[in-house]
Design a protein around this ligand. Structure first.
Ligand SMILES: Cc1ncc(COP(=O)(O)O)c(C=O)c1O
Length: 501
């Protein structure tokens, strides 16, 4: 039941406080042309009804705080509560972007220090905290690539961005959004970039290459320095998709691998609760030669006055890409996370993430029930395949994933990366205990056995959720996003049914 179907006219959960400033005629405050003409169609409920509604919805949801969430590529790890406590401090949570700089020196100092830590962690020279998500960072990164080539008079000729066929979908999408032609470089048998193919593809039209390392197959690009020299040799730039940074924190740095631009998903690697669309932060790091193109404002420290200030963008900047300076709450959490762990702790994050993924991979491999397309040791995640289940019982990776829900686990990522048929991509993260990994491995093994013995139970799964299989294609093609629209769709469908008799 939606919230609009609950309650009754006149019920209230909130009353506005008594006016404690002089009353003014409404016309003076909001001109009639800007005012709503009809009533505001809000649901009318008591406080208890509101609480029950949202508590009920939250029980239907899944979260890292509820159970294991091995959604590959998404780094769904535990977010320490200390981050929340710090982000909620009034000095951070009750400030306003329009406050004078002298009154928010602490917040600016936090941003400044975070910029410095992230520069050190990535091996970059400067950081902007502005982008609101990883994909937003990618888009900004590509604008920087464009600005760099424009400055050198090569913007018109360098029209291509190369992406591997294993890339996350946002990479080609961001490149296309920035106006680039996307050129796909295939993966080799080992799951890395096919270097010979790359050599063939680069040329005077190459603006850059987008790459994540470890890649989306959870495999380290061993030939990264060779890849960097091929792209640089052709005059292009290297963009690092840092969504997989959890695997290499404190161990190696994109800057040292030869990357020019890096985005970090602060909400993944540096632990802000995410999923369901936000909030995020896709900080971007760049090498020296790209600093002039960064958007403003960035936080600078003025040694003479001893003050932090928001430095506006310079004349070559790509311009502002987000109102104010980004998602400050995510920055506070990332800063707290880094300070709590320190350099040794950050390295341990990566080591434990890689260990957990390899342990899970080894257990599943030993079962002999799933296909493993690559024999290499993995990094923080791995991809196996339900190809055998499809051949034997006609089941798809999605079917197996849905059945895992009945066993009490969030499914791995399915159908991605595209280079693996019936892909199941598992990222256990460093925050999970061995028992959890064992439980999940046993569930996956049990599901594979069921696939042989009783495939129908999988085909119809999940059996334990409030709703079972949703029509995802219809939901995408015909999204019903608000209450009145929903009513209209229901009416239309009723009409159609009546016509059919
Ligand atoms: C490899 C990779 N790149 C980019 C992104 C995009 O990040 P965001 O979801 O913050 O836009 C993701 C997110 O899932 C990812 O896994």
């Amino acid at each position: 039941m939606t919230i609009f179907e609950r309650g009754a006219p006149g019920r209230r959960a909130y009353r506005l406080p008594v006016l404690d400033v002089p009353a003014k005629p409404l016309d003076e405050l909001v001109p009639p042309r800007a005012r709503r003409q009809g009533p505001l169609l809000l649901p009318e409920l008591s406080e208890l009804e509101v609480i029950r509604h949202y508590t009920d919805l939250s029980h239907r949801n899944w979260a890292v705080d509820v159970g294991f969430y091995p959604l590959g590529s998404c780094t769904m790890k535990y977010n320490p509560r200390i981050n929340e406590a710090v982000a909620a401090l009034p000095g951070f949570s009750r400030i306003h972007p329009y406050q004078p700089e002298e009154t928010v020196q602490g917040a600016l100092e936090l941003m400044y220090r975070l910029q410095q830590y992230l520069a050190e962690i990535t091996g970059m020279h400067a950081i902007t905290l502005a982008p609101a998500a990883g994909a937003h960072g990618e888009f900004l990164g590509l604008l920087l690539v464009q600005a760099y080539h424009r400055h050198r008079g090569e913007e018109k000729s360098r029209r291509q961005i190369i992406v591997p066929d294993s890339a996350h979908g946002t990479n080609p999408a961001s490149a296309a959004l920035a106006g680039y032609e996307v050129v796909v470089v295939p993966s080799n048998k080992e799951g890395g970039v096919d270097v010979e193919e790359l050599r063939r593809l680069v040329g005077p039209a190459t603006a850059g290459l987008m790459l994540t390392n470890p890649n989306t197959l959870g495999l380290f690009e061993k030939e990264i320095t060779e890849i960097a020299s091929i792209v640089h040799g052709a005059g292009g730039l290297l963009y690092y998709d840092g969504a997989n940074m959890n695997a290499i924190l404190g161990v190696c740095r994109p800057g040292d691998m030869g990357f020019d631009i890096v985005h970090l998903n602060l909400h993944k690697t540096f632990s802000t609760p995410h999923g369901g669309g936000g909030p995020g932060a896709g900080a971007i790091g760049v090498t020296e030669r790209l600093i002039p193109f960064l958007p403003g404002p960035r936080v600078e420290y003025d040694a003479t006055s001893g003050k932090y200030r928001l430095q506006p963008a310079g004349p070559l900047s790509v311009g502002r890409i987000k109102e104010f300076y980004g998602h400050f709450g995510v920055m506070v959490r990332a800063y707290t996370y880094i300070r709590m762990l320190g350099p040794t702790g950050l390295r341990q994050v990566a080591e434990a993430a890689v260990l957990n993924a390899n342990y899970l991979q080894a257990r599943l491999r030993a079962s002999g029930l799933y296909v493993f397309p690559y024999s290499r040791r993995c990094m923080h995640e791995f991809v196996c395949s339900a190809r055998r289940q499809r051949e034997e019982s006609g089941l798809r990776a999605t079917d197996l994933a849905k059945r895992l829900i009945d066993y009490g686990y969030h499914p791995p990522t399915v159908a991605f990366p595209l280079v693996v048929e019936e892909a199941l991509m598992c990222e256990p993260t460093e925050t999970e205990a061995k028992e959890t990994l064992d439980g999940f491995a046993e569930a996956l093994i049990a599901v594979a056995r069921e696939a042989k013995e009783n495939p129908d139970v999988i085909r119809e799964a999940p059996h334990t959720t409030p709703v079972s299989r949703l029509d995802e294609v219809r939901a995408n093609r015909n999204p019903v996003l608000n209450w009145r629209m929903r009513q209209a769709v229901v009416q239309k469908e009723k009409g159609r049914e009546e016509e059919r008799g």
